[in-house]
Each structure stands twice: as structure tokens, then as C-alpha cells.
Design a protein around this ligand. Sequence first.
Ligand code: NAD
Length: 443
Amino acid sequence: MHITMIGGGYVGLVSGACLAAFGADVTVIEHDPTRLDRLKAGEVPIYEPGLEDLIAEQRQAERLTFSGNLAPALQKSRAVFIAVGTPTRRGSGHADLSYVHAAARAIAAHAPDNLLIVTKSTVPVGTGRQVAAIVRQARPELTFHIASNPEFLREGHAITDFMDPDRIIIGLEDISDTTSPARSLLEDLYAPLKEPKSRLLFMGLESAELTKYAANAFLAMKVTFANEMADLCEATGGNITDVTRGMGMDPRISAHFLTPGPGYGGSCFPKDTQALATSARQAGTPTQLIETTIAANEARKRRLAERVLTLAGDNIIHSTIAVLGLTFKAHTDDMRQAPSLTILPLLHEAGATLRVYDPQGMEAARKLLPEGITYAHSPLHAAEDADILLILTEWPEFIPITPAQLAPRMRGTLILDYRQIWQEKTWRDAGFRYHCLGMRHPT
Ligand code: NAD
């Protein structure tokens, strides 16, 4: 079966390569010429563990190709997936659907009869029907089918998530038609999964679109809840690790997404919470929980920057802060909406000297962070002459760093571990002032 994937970003590349591994012939269409050239030359323009090998393998097997030309790919395709970006529209919480609409118009111009058009991008409720309306208006004579198949992969674990998903949500126009071409085509495409029947969840288009936003908003809310409980622990003498362990052993709650941190970020939670809140307001059913989550997360990033300034005291202008980790989480080079993008400019504005290190995010960070920041070539290089060391991302390579390595390099002794990657006792015993989130510390 030949399929076309529009969009060669995180989702399009991973989905395209994985569907090729399932046996489909896949053409990924990318409109950015630089990105396309890199893909054609065998380079992978994003960092995602295992993706480079998988793409190379599938290209070698001639099941995966990259192109900038939609028409010929569509002509031989039975399905086209829209996997383009849906960022927040400037100046509002709305999802910017211009890429989705442009893809729909391009599909309409070249679609063969009986094509299945699948929205994989995260889109507000109602978008699938808008896509259908765009195609119908441009080509009233065309027979086509539509489906929604939102993607749940996590950056850093994208291939395993795609190959071994908890569930695959499929939204159909007519859920009562159990023999619809859309349903059977998607069943065929996902048949190579282990136990596909128990993973495919069919529902209406609107429900599928809402499920993706509801899931992300719920997780964002859970992270924010853990952050607020961490603050309460700090104020009252509790220990957040114990509290969340105790909560998480209840299967109704689960231990996932209960680790406190400097606020959620990334390409999904911030924009998806905004878009869901906006859809809900428009529908006349505002979601107070989500609105509050968004505000609390914004405030948290600023508050944790202020905490650094408070602990640094009057000396901030003469302070050097080593920052370990810039990306919004480990195992990705994605800097979109990373807490570092709020926290570091505030420290920089206050006059601190910043020496930063991230294993994957520095190239993107250079374009987003203020001028005058030093980019180190290793965590220990970042720590040289630092008064304060601040951990913002839980990269595994930071975990084995020892007090014996930092003591001779750092000028000061203050460590702010906003990801709980180290043990307080180890650092305190070695003479450091170690602060993490969610517990009281001697000052
Ligand atoms: P991305 O920005 O990394 O990639 C989008 C790609 O599409 C870009 O390379 C862009 O140049 C290309 N593109 C845009 N319009 C095009 C067109 N008309 N023709 C060809 N190429 C086009 O975005 P992403 O992170 O892959 O996300 C895509 C969608 O999937 C978004 O809606 C996002 O919310 C959703 N999603 C993302 C993740 C994630 O972890 N990144 C997870 C689940 C869902």
C-alpha cells in the first residue's frame, strides 16, 4: 500500500519511517527546501534516538522516500496523512491551522478518487470536517474519505511509542459503518502491530480530535499539580518524593507525570492546553482547570528564576551561573517552550553571567536565548568558576557527576537541582549547599 505523509518533522518522519517498517510504501513530503535536501542526502534534521538507523534501513529497502512534489506521490497513494505543525497563533491561544488548511488545498488539487485523508496533526475539534469541506469545495466531483488519527508519541521515545502504542485513536465520519473504506484501510495499515485489535479505538471525528487535547491537558495538569504539592511540601516540611510515591501507588492516580520540575514545556503541552482552553471558551464551556494550569505553569517558571536570584543575594551581578540542560526534557533537541527560555533571560537581565551546556539543544538555543551567554562543551566546562550550578533538564549524562569533580572547578557551592537528579546527602556531606524541589533545606 502506498501512502503519503505531508510534513517531515518529528511526527511525519517517525510515523513515515515506522509505517514503512510495517510494510507500507511511504513518501514523506517536506516543503522546506533545506530540510528536504538534508533528508534526501540521508541526514536526519532532528534528534530522535533510533530514527537515523530506521530511516536508513527503510530507504535501503526502498519503502521510504522524501520529496517536495505532492502530485505524483498522491496519484499512487491510497491514504495521505497530514502531519504538519499546528503552533499557537500569534497573539491568541488558537491553534494556527494555516499549514493544515494549505495541506488540505494541496491534497484537493491532486487527489485521486477514493483517497483517504487522515489528520495526524493535533487539531482543534471540528478541523477534520473543515479539511473535508476544503476538499469538497475544490473538487465537488471527487470521492474521498476522511479520518482523524492523532499522534501520541513522545519525543525521545517516539519509535517505541509508535511501534508499541498504548492505543491508536481513529476518528471516523460514520462510526456505525463497520465496513467503511477508512476503517478497513487503517486496520490494514496498523495490522503489523502486536495485538492490533485491542489497541485500535474507533470513535467519531470530534471525539478523536478532543481525545488528543484532553489527554495532553490532563498530563499538563498532573505535572502542575505535582509542582504545587512540591511548593506545599517546601512550606510545611513535607517531602514531595514521599508524597508522590504514596499517591502514585494508587492505580487510579499512577506515578507518571508526578515529578516536580521547572514547569512543563515542549512543542505540545503549552500549545495544546492553550488551544483546548480556547476551543472550550468558544464553545461556551470554559475549562477552569486548564485555564488555571496554564497560568500556574507560566508563574512557576518565573518563580523558579526568582528563587535563583533570591539565593544568589545581592551578588548576582558578580555571579556566574552554570546551567546544565536547556531542552524541555531529556532525549530531545527540541527547545520549543522550554522553561530555560523563560528562566535564563530573567537571570541574564538581572546581571548574572551564564555558562550553559546541553547535549542536544545548544544549536537551537543559540537562536532563542539572549546574546552574551557562554556555551560550554561539557557539563564540567560549564561549571568552571561558577558560583551557582542550576540543573534544568534531567539528561542521564549529568547523573554520574560527583562533588569531587565539581568542587575544584566551581567558585561557589550552591546547587539548584530543579530535576531531582542528585541525592541531597551526597552533596551536603561534600560541603555544597544543595537545593532541590519539594523539600525544606537548611539555608
Ligand atoms: P514540526 O514542526 O517538527 O514538523 C512539521 C513539518 O511539516 C515541518 O518540517 C514543515 O516544514 C512541514 N510542513 C508544513 N507544511 C507543509 C506542507 N504543506 N507540505 C510539506 N511539508 C510541510 O512539527 P511536529 O512536532 O512533527 O508536529 C506535527 C503535529 O503533530 C503538530 O500538530 C503537533 O502538535 C503534533 N504532535 C507532535 C508531537 C511531538 O512530540 N512533536 C507529538 C504528538 C503530536
